[in-house]
Ligand binder design. Sequence first.
Ligand code: 3HC
Length: 300
Amino acid sequence: KVPSVTDIGLKPRPVKKVAVIGGGLMGSGIATALILSNIYVILKEINSDFLFKGIKMIEVNVQGLVARKKLTKDRAVTALALLKGVLDYSEFKDVDMVIEAVIESIPLKQKIFSEIELACHSHCILVSDTSTIDLNLIGEKTQSQDRIVGAHFFSPAHVMPFLEIVRTEKTSAQVVLDLMEVGRAIKKVSVVVGNCAGFAVNRTFFPYSQSAHILVNLGLDVFRIDRLISSFGLPMGPFQLQDLVGYGVAVAVSKIFAEAFPDRTFRSPVVDLLIKDGRNGKKNGKGYYIYQKGIKPKPD
Ligand code: 3HC
């Protein structure tokens, strides 16, 4: 029987210090959301160059909020003071929660989960920000499946209000409740879903994105589709969104869908062509669109 978070007697445990692993787009956005809610964050990267870039992205996120008059300068200074960059696990001993936000690689995530199982105390909540990978597989090499839970954030993670919490049949009700409380603290709308291919969001979102790719394959123009979808009322079209998120996620999601639903998955050749051309969307300034600071994205 899957335990319920409404089990009588359960109370969320305090989460005051969180380690975020990976200072890329997702990790830096998640770290930003946490420090803005007064949660102390240690950001771990594999080298000082990546760490510097991650911290810079967090500073830019916070400054963006100040520029939008959503945060005072004083609050920005207080929030950034809660952030510390690290290159190893030596400070993981007293964290309440670890959020892994690295690329969608199963062996890498398995390695990280084995390492954090050793580095953290035995009650630490072990979270993955995976968008599609089976959480049982991620925790396969650990003895801590009851502490493993998914927290699927959406880019830009410090702006988008939704949080998909993924529980497996082994995740304890306590851990789900703890993560829901963190979601509440960082002002997200949390929804608890099951551990299945694509979880709930990508089950919904992938067919939409795939339909756009089918239209392109039939000869329709990428930019026209984006324009039409924007005029329909969505903040951006499917291709601009793919540029925002980066192509690694798109490849990982379509691979998992192709395995789970081979009869209804269309694998577009377009993303592979963009990757071959050295493009990675907004992350490196070149995707379907060209991105330059301060200028509206230009179709390329
Ligand atoms: N920092 C802080 N706030 C920002 C911001 C930033 N950098 N950019 C935008 N915002 C806020 C604005 O202040 C505004 O808030 P308000 O409504 O309270 O005033 C709101 O976002 C809208 O901003 P704008 O009207 O200026 O419009 P923008 O075009 O600049 O918005 C956007 C940018 C919020 C990214 C918007 O385009 C959007 O919502 N796009 C869709 C994003 C999306 O769908 N993300 C999910 C991706 S899927 C994913 O991440 C899954 C994972 O597995 C990879």
